[in-house]
Design a protein around this ligand. Structure first.
Ligand code: MGD
Ligand code: MGD
Ligand code: SF4
Ligand code: MO
Length: 728
């Protein structure tokens, strides 16, 4: 059980788990006399060695969500369009009966799972979620990974031997950071857990270094950077290939001590030969001299790093982009070295060093034959699997901490599929765009009510660190924790009775063993018996424990068959050959012609978090949280559109209407719309979110637009049309 400590007056220290930054916070609670909700104050924890007093306005959401009357606190069953609160016993029995019936009638793969983003930000879920789907016995598992960072895992698997062996930029020690398709000043960083990124990036500039941003929008990050260049959305792979071309052409290859740990360096040069900067300039809209200049400056700097995130992952060549990013860092001597790309040494290791992975293509999706990756199928094809009749059709869906109707491409189509399912179970705390289709919603304690340790984000942190957050408030009476819900469901669905080990598993026990056996653990070395890490030690250090800067990890961290970094894995090289032969010639030709419409990109803003933070009035009322179609004033003038005017944006799959926002931060020909908005569907119970307005961009993103290599959704670079909405 979680041990809760209800504080009155004395501060409680924990980590904010809303995004990847892991900011330490100080929470004080003042009870009210009149039985109303307590007053909860959240401030930055200046003594947290990882975040050192950094915090963003979203942290206050932890308090607002805690007391939000719209948050469900009891299981809810849908009867027609009405909701009925039911007991946990009844809820569990319903799930067991329905899922067992469906499994018996259609087979285990007819039960699908979708794991949303907060699953990974949640200790209890992380420890038990796999057990549930294993107990059901299904291969139909989908998650937000395939609308996000799948290409990073893909590159990691093939280059370093495990999908979780992801390198992160050592931003605290770098002197040159080339950022492509990421906006850490708004997002607070991703696949680089680093609190207070704005200050850290500014510090690079202050010590005479450079931050160079390549992005179709002059973002908040670009504004504090030393240099910014627009790039045609979706064309980054060509920019990166041209960089590598210049590295070989100008003899800038310099892997240093890594030379003996890499495979395929010689084979790379001919592969990038066709991508001279002059050839790709028109495709990327970045001239040849700039590409050369950036490459030379990057190579000349000892402590430099090339980093690319969402904007590069969620495009048609996401997998190749992440491969090339790693490759360029390796080949130029900016890998596994301070200030470059490095592997963290987390206190709890998620990757076993003796475990080689075969995690790709072990099975395929039924309708389109898409390959599995690390046990999951691309979520862009979930609706296909639900709507296409035949053996193996998905008949039941379990969503856990996710809102795929707003988050996955062509969400409207998924919305058509949901009522067709025989049973929809949502583990969530709100009746939102997805969960309104549930037959049953199981709300679980969250935020300040749960124990927390960042199992995943410490694997991606720019400084090694460990911190345990105890639950602050007890959940309502009789309300089980998330892990207890998953464990109960797993035990009911398991074909064999769980063994005693499984029965006594709790998140705290799993964490304690993980810490003790980890690289700093008390069981890792006899010398550490008294001083090493354990849960007990973390409980005594409420601000967290600093474990130092990132350390060199190659070759011991490599799990590839020959224990080398593989620069030329067949999967990646073959895909590159395909685009060299098939795509490059037509793109060069097309780039000479003017094209119709706009290329779509997304944006994140500091006061918003995917689809679910609009329910917090303090955040959603902020002027900066606006769902608009941002375009360049020149484009607007050409189309006769003025600022704030309602416009229609359409694609192959749909149309949305939202206000235009004119901004010279936009590259001409590019249209920028944030995701996670448009809480306008009937039957939801998120009143503050409803008031925010806007539209869901995923009503127009295309479920067929995918990275052919990885199956990741390609949101960026989708061609869309924009026109004025005629005034009736
Ligand atoms: N067009 C476009 N689409 C995108 C993106 C984009 O940039 N552009 N970004 C993509 C990315 S990176 C991501 S990660 C996905 C996110 O996609 P999802 O993960 O599907 O969506 P979220 O908005 O994070 O929804 C989180 C849900 O979890 C619930 N929840 C939160 N915390 C808890 C908890 O502790 N317990 C329980 N039981 N429930 C909880 C919330 O109520 C909410 O319903 O969206 C993707 N979609
Ligand atoms: N405030 C806030 N913070 C968040 C979130 C949030 O919703 N709000 N979500 C969290 C999640 S789940 C994630 S995954 C992370 C994501 O964190 P980031 O990766 O930093 O994500 P974004 O802010 O979406 O930045 C993507 C950038 O890519 C640019 N871009 C789009 N298409 C292209 C392209 O084709 N090429 C290039 N070069 N650039 C392109 C966009 O203009 C944008 O600036 O943020 C996390 N933090
Ligand atoms: S940046 Fe904001 S949302 Fe992210 S962990 Fe820090 S306080 Fe929480
Ligand atoms: Mo994400």
């Amino acid at each position: 059980m979680n041990e809760t400590i209800t504080t009155t007056g004395s501060p409680h220290y924990r980590v904010c788990n809303l995004c990847e930054a892991m900011c330490g916070i100080e929470v004080t609670v003042s009870p009210s006399d009149d039985g109303a909700d307590p007053e909860i104050k959240i401030r930055p924890d200046k003594d947290d060695p990882f975040s050192r007093g950094a915090m963003c306005p979203k942290a206050s959401a932890l308090a607002a969500l805690h007391t939000d009357p719209s948050r469900l606190r009891q299981p809810h069953k849908r009867v027609g369009d009405q909701w009925q609160a039911v007991s946990w016993d009844e809820a569990y029995a319903t799930v067991e009966t329905e899922l067992k019936r469906i499994r018996k009638q259609y087979g285990a793969n007819a039960i699908a799972g979708y794991l949303g983003n907060p699953t990974v930000h949640n200790l209890g879920m992380m420890v038990f979620v796999k057990a549930l789907f294993r107990a059901i016995g299904t291969r139909s598992v989908f998650s937000a990974t395939s609308v996000d960072q799948l290409p990073h895992h893909f590159a990691a698997l093939f280059m370093f031997g495990h999908e979780m062996r992801i390198p992160v930029p050592d931003i605290e020690r770098t002197d040159y950071m080339l950022i492509m398709g990421a906006n850490p000043v708004a997002s607070n960083g991703s696949l680089m857990s680093a609190a207070g990124t704005r200050e850290t990036l500014k510090a690079i500039d202050d010590r005479g270094g450079k931050v160079v941003v390549i992005d179709p929008r002059r973002t908040e990050t670009a504004k504090i950077a030393t240099e910014h260049h627009f790039i045609t959305p979706g064309s980054d792979v060509y920019f990166l290939l041209a960089m590598l071309h210049v590295v070989f052409r100008d003899n800038l290859v310099n892997p240093g001590v890594l030379a003996e740990h890499i495979r395929g360096l010689d084979a790379l040069q001919p592969l990038v030969e066709p991508f001279a900067p002059e050839t790709v300039a028109a495709i990327t809209a970045i001239d040849a001299e700039t590409i050369e200049g950036i490459t030379q400056a990057f190579c000349a700097e000892k402590r430099a790093v090339l980093y690319g995130r969402m904007g590069l992952s969620t495009q048609v060549h996401g997998g190749l982009c992440q491969w090339l990013i790693n490759t360029i860092n390796v080949v130029t001597g900016h890998f596994d070295t301070p200030g470059g790309m490095m592997f963290p040494t987390p206190a709890v290791e998620l990757v076993r060093h003796d475990q080689q992975r075969k995690a790709f293509g072990r099975w395929r999706s039924r309708v389109h034959g898409l390959k599995e990756f690390a046990g999951e199928l691309p979520v862009a094809t979930l609706a296909d699997e639900m709507l296409t009749d035949g053996e193996g059709q998905i008949k039941a869906l379990i969503t856990i901490c996710g809102n795929p109707v707003l988050s996955t491409p062509n969400g409207k189509r998924l919305e058509q599929a949901l009522p067709e399912a025989e049973f929809v179970l949502c583990v969530d705390n709100y009746i939102n765009e997805t969960t309104r289709h549930a037959n049953l919603i199981l709300p679980t304690p969250m935020g300040l009510e749960v124990d927390h340790y960042d199992l995943v984000f410490n694997v991606l942190a720019v400084r090694n660190n460990a911190k345990f957050s105890q639950a602050l408030f007890p959940p309502d009476k009789d309300r089980p924790y998330d892990w207890q819900v998953l464990k109960e469901l797993a035990s009911r669905m398991a074909k064999k009775k769980p063994g005693w080990m499984a029965r006594i598993r709790t998140p705290r026990r799993v964490l304690d063993w993980g810490l003790m056996l980890g690289p700093y653990g008390r069981l890792s070395h006899p010398k550490r018996w008294f001083s090493g890490l354990s849960l007990n030690k973390l409980l005594k250090s409420p601000h967290g424990i600093d474990l130092g800067p990132l350390q060199r990890q190659v070759p011991q961290c490599l799990i590839t068959p020959d224990r080398r970094i593989n620069l030329v894995a067949d999967e990646l090289v073959n895909r590159l050959r395909e685009i060299t032969e098939q795509e490059l010639p037509t793109l060069v030709e097309q780039a000479q012609q003017s094209s119709e419409g706009f290329l779509l990109i997304g944006r994140r803003m500091i006061g918003s978090n995917n689809s679910w933070m609009h329910q917090v009035p303090k955040l959603s009322r902020s002027k900066s949280v606006r769902c608009t179609a941002m375009i360049n004033p020149g484009d607007a003038e050409r189309l006769g559109i003025s600022d704030g005017e309602q416009v229609a944006v359409s694609s192959r799959v749909g149309q949305i209407s939202l206000p235009a926002e004119l901004s010279d931060t936009m590259m001409p020909g590019v249209l920028c719309i944030p995701h996670g908005f448009g809480h306008t569907r009937k039957g939801t119970r998120v009143p503050h979110a409803e008031a925010v307005g806007g539209a869901s961009v995923n009503d127009i993103t295309d479920h067929r637009a995918m990275d052919a290599l990885t199956g990741n959704a390609a949101f960026s670079g989708l061609r869309v049309d924009l026109h004025k909405v005629p005034v009736a």
